[in-house]
Write a protein that binds this ligand. Structure first.
Ligand SMILES: CC(C)(COP(=O)(O)OP(=O)(O)OC[C@H]1O[C@@H](n2cnc3c(N)ncnc32)[C@H](O)[C@@H]1OP(=O)(O)O)[C@@H](O)C(=O)NCCC(=O)NCCS
Length: 328
């Protein structure tokens, strides 16, 4: 029996915010954003939509694709940095909406690497316990609510969305979709990309709010350098562990934060450009959602066939990073 990817789903909110729209909000321009990041537009959730609402839409699609019901789920994991509330966890809100009454539910916070961490955890749970059959893993983010729309250094980069994967046991397969993983964290870099206030270290006060400490703060250039090295190292490791060459991949899906980072990583891994999946133009950086959005776009377009190898790699706040090699 294999533990395979049974279905995928994704969702982005209707509202599109273009680079032109941003020109009217901060001192920036389409040319700067395009050449520095590759981003042309991003989707922004409505005031009524919380992260679990975005996850819900992606989950419905993934369950339908997997041909299972919500009651067939044993576990729901949501990777997010923008939970509906501090607690309860966002996966519980989703469970209620889906009616997935047999699932236990928790969130994983590993920023942009969240979906990779969640795939490792879900695969391990299914492998370790024979009573678990199906796991729903979703990267979902409403980054627009932690973005300072007056800070041109960060507000041009982020967008909202959700990407879901159903991982489950299937008698018709004799392999596991999660072939190799290489996950990392380095807490010496916690200052590089963070929300400075609102947690137990620095609770929110009128002063922290006035200083914009409730929003994402990033040292972009430092993150850029570390991102490339981290993703290249982890990707090489999983290819090596699986005894595969980059040329044997069907697709390479790097975290969609910045086109220059994506191209630098692909070049160092010697992956042909036509194998590299890119949709950063349309969504910006959607953190934990990014890789799930890519996977579902490819899968829905019929581009992934059983047996294809797909390499995922991501990098984010923490710092966290890693790579997961999937066999579709
Ligand atoms: C953020 C990032 C796009 C900035 O690109 P960069 O080439 O490093 O640009 P710099 O930080 O050197 O800034 C260059 C100049 O552009 C300015 N600038 C920043 N944002 C701008 C914007 N939206 N529009 C116009 N100018 C902008 C800066 O103020 C700076 O001006 P200065 O030289 O007068 O101080 C890039 O560093 C990056 O993508 N980093 C990684 C971010 C990331 O992926 N984070 C998430 C990881 S999951």
């Amino acid at each position: 029996m294999g533990i395979i990817i049974k279905g995928t789903g994704s969702y982005v909110p209707e509202k599109i915010l273009t680079n032109k729209d941003l020109e009217a909000m901060v001192d920036t321009n389409d040319e700067w954003i395009t050449t520095r990041t590759g981003i042309k537009e991003r989707h922004i959730a409505s005031a009524e939509q919380a992260t679990s609402d975005l996850a819900y839409q992606a989950a419905l699609k993934a369950l339908a694709a997997a041909n299972i019901t919500a009651e067939d789920l044993d576990v729901i994991i949501i990777a997010t940095v923008t939970p509906d509330k501090f607690f309860p966890n966002t996966a519980c809100f989703l469970q209620q909406k889906l009616g997935a009454k047999n699932a236990f539910c928790f969130d994983i916070e590993a920023a942009c690497s969240g979906l990779l961490y969640s795939l490792e955890v879900a695969n391990s749970l299914l492998s370790a316990n024979k009573k678990y059959k199906n796991a729903l893993v979703i990267g979902a983010e409403k980054l627009s609510c932690i973005t300072n729309w007056e800070d041109r250094n960060t507000c041009v980069l982020f967008g909202d969305g959700a990407g879901a994967v159903v991982l489950g046991k299937d008698d018709n397969f004799d392999y596991n979709s999660v072939v190799a993983t290489d996950l990392h964290a380095d807490g010496t870099y916690t200052d590089l990309l963070q929300i400075p206030a609102g947690g137990s270290r620095t609770p929110q006060t009128a002063e922290t709010l006035a200083q914009g400490m409730q929003y994402t703060h990033m040292q972009g250039r430092e993150v850029f350098k570390l991102a490339v090295g981290g993703m290249v190292g982890a990707s090489k490791k999983v290819l090596e562990d699986a005894n595969l060459e980059a040329s044997q991949l069907k697709k390479f899906i790097p975290h969609q934060a910045n086109l220059r980072i994506i191209e630098a990583v692909a070049q160092r891994l010697d992956v042909d450009d036509d194998l590299v999946y890119k949709n950063v133009f349309r969504y910006g950086n959607t953190s934990a959602s990014s890789i799930g959005l890519c996977l579902d776009e490819l899968n829905s377009a019929g581009e992934l066939k059983r047996g294809d190898y797909v390499l995922l790699t991501a990098f984010g706040s923490g710092l966290t990073w890693g790579a997961v090699l999937l066999k579709w």
